[in-house]
Design a protein around this ligand. Structure first.
Ligand code: HEM
Length: 410
């Protein structure tokens, strides 16, 4: 018991240090400094859709991976089969599988952890070892590369380079220890990749079901973005319908339907109900975001619910960000980067491509199953659709934006 308490305190202290660094580098103003990283991976995503239009989920994963690799470590990735992304994806899958509540009998029956590995049904122990190895590699590999880059003086703005700089300057702040920096960067990857993929992939599903929304959004973009250009963050205030689409996406298919469970450290009370110390409380964000008194017809994708009659964002409708990014001390520290990242990905895809349901060899429309992988963050299962550039000009704008990023890097 005492050992467990000591371990819990130690983990809590580490978590607080991670949060401190994340808060410092990802608060609203600081998050602005990562917008170039986000824009670059968004433009690369558009180019991937030109080259591999059928690989929707794969392309989105690559974009999210590229963003986080550059934000967390300042690493550039290869256009295909990047070893950092591949390693991180394996590590994240291990973490996701282990984090599904109740996926393993040992979650319910803790005494099972004492059962030997060779016993039938004790497969979780073997899995736990494999997963531990994958997550350690995921933490180490990009961190070692980022450290080497830093030592060679090739410094790109990132969470790791900022922290290593603090160490070099001789900071006495205990948060800047190698273990903590490595853990912080690794946590960003595991928390920030599937979540962004989920949001953008869900929105594409919604647009496939209602082509009027896509057309209306394209009209708005055409009236704001100059021909031959791509949307930018500066356009956000002029594109309320795109913002409404992003908000509706985060509400409609809430990425993390139930937030991280909490363990009550003291007795509490809610609406007359006593909640004793030691209880586990699980915030149900899904219920909040599908409450029909707040959001009428909650299972239908209706971006207009967030607009006034004169097409401005309606401040009197509850913003889904009050629930979709979690609550209290564990609220998503990446939220000030995450929302703009989802927004620019959606604006750019909608601006550049026509998106339609796919047809089979006989010309029949392939309907969508809307199936999701169930984990802490839900992600749509791979689906087929047709993504084609809206014109030659849109295609050229994508290729030249990607080239500009390449020139800027050299
Ligand atoms: C649409 C995108 C995203 C959504 C919907 C989302 C949502 C969430 C939610 C609901 C939580 C749990 C909060 C709670 O239990 O109260 C969380 C945690 C977290 N998120 Fe996000 N997130 C997104 C993107 C990101 C990004 C891009 C990053 C990193 C740059 C990030 C970093 C984190 C971290 C590190 C945690 C763990 C916090 C902790 O354990 O204290 N998230 N996120």
């Amino acid at each position: 018991m005492i050992n467990e308490l000591v371990l819990q305190r130690r983990l809590h202290a580490v978590w607080r240090k991670h949060r401190k660094i994340m808060h410092y580098l990802l608060h609203p103003d600081a998050a602005l400094s990562f917008r170039p990283h986000v824009l670059k991976s968004t433009h690369n995503l558009l180019q991937r859709f030109l080259d591999e239009p059928d690989n929707v989920l794969g392309n989105l994963r690559y974009m999210a991976g590229e963003t986080i690799m550059s934000v967390a470590y300042g690493l550039d990735i290869k256009p295909k089969n990047d070893p950092y992304i591949q390693t991180a994806e394996k590590g994240v899958h291990a973490l996701v599988a282990a984090a599904v509540p109740g996926a393993f009998l040992v979650d319910m029956l803790p005494f099972l952890k004492y059962v030997p590995e060779w016993m039938p049904g004790a497969g979780f122990q073997k899995k736990a070892k494999e997963w531990a190895k994958l997550t350690m590699t995921m933490l180490d590999m990009p961190f070692v590369a980022a450290k080497q880059q830093f030592a060679q003086g090739k410094v790109t703005h990132s969470v790791t380079s900022y922290c290593l700089q603090k160490v070099e300057e001789g900071t006495t702040d205990e948060s800047y220890q190698e273990e903590i920096i490595r853990g912080t960067a690794g946590t960003l990857y595991s928390a920030g990749s599937d979540t962004t993929v989920s949001a953008v992939a869900s929105c594409i599903l919604a647009l496939l079901e209602d082509s009027d929304i896509l057309k209306k959004a394209q009209r708005e973009l055409d009236s704001v973005v100059k021909p031959g250009h791509l949307p930018d963050f500066d356009d956000m205030d002029s594109l309320p319908y795109i913002t409404a689409i992003a908000l509706e996406t985060l509400r409609w298919r809430d990425v993390v339907p139930i937030a991280i469970p909490r363990y009550l450290q003291a007795d509490d009370e809610y609406k007359g109900y006593r909640i004793p110390k030691g209880s586990i409380v699980i915030p149900n964000a899904w219920a909040m975001l599908h409450n029909e008194t707040v959001y009428p017809d909650p299972f239908t994708f209706i971006p207009e619910r967030f607009l006034t009659n004169d097409d401005k964002i309606n401040k009197s409708v509850r913003d889904p960000r009050h629930a979709c990014f979690g609550f209290g001390r564990r609220i998503c520290p990446g939220r000030f980067m995450a929302f703009p990242a989802v927004w620019i990905a959606l604006a750019s895809i909608i601006h550049s491509f026509d998106i339609k349901k796919a047809v089979d060899e006989d010309g029949n429309i392939i309907e969508l199953s809307h199936e999701y992988h169930s984990a802490l963050a839900i992600v749509p299962k791979p689906y087929k659709c047709s993504i084609t550039p809206r014109s030659e000009q849109h295609q050229r704008a994508i290729r030249s934006a990607v080239l500009e990023h390449e020139f800027a890097a050299h």
